[in-house]
Design a protein around this ligand. Sequence first.
Ligand SMILES: [Zn+2]
Length: 156
Amino acid sequence: MGPDGAGEEKTVHGQGRMPDPPVVQIPCLVKGVGPGWHAVLYRLHGQLAARWPGYRAIGVKEKFGGLRVQVDVGERAAREAAAPLVRAAEAQAGALCEFCAGPGRVRTRNDTPAGWIKTVCDDCHRAWSAREIMIVSGAVRYSGRGGDGLAVAGVG
Ligand SMILES: [Zn+2]
């Protein structure tokens, strides 16, 4: 029977708010894609943060050769307002080499009909097809094979 004051447990912890968890925003996630797209991502971050300072980035990645960004800006109206900004950034990245930000387009390795696809410029396509360059943790890594002559990150 004991009316073990279940009601008493309702004690609400006053206004004490849980500390907000650190908010993950786009700059935290840029390493998910190559350096050629980082400027586009930082610009998008600036646009989003200006209007929704607490927005959250859920994902930044390359999919089917293109940039994919997922963010949470809050309620529906905000989502609808943010969507075109995100789409525009993805479209911009679609024209930029993921390695060097030069003019790029979606291609496969060695232009084979199937296979891994990436948005690349002509120079990086050649090096990527030859497996001389790859993207690791958001940076371009050069395979040793090409020797030092290969420090071609030279944009342009
Ligand atoms: Zn390139």
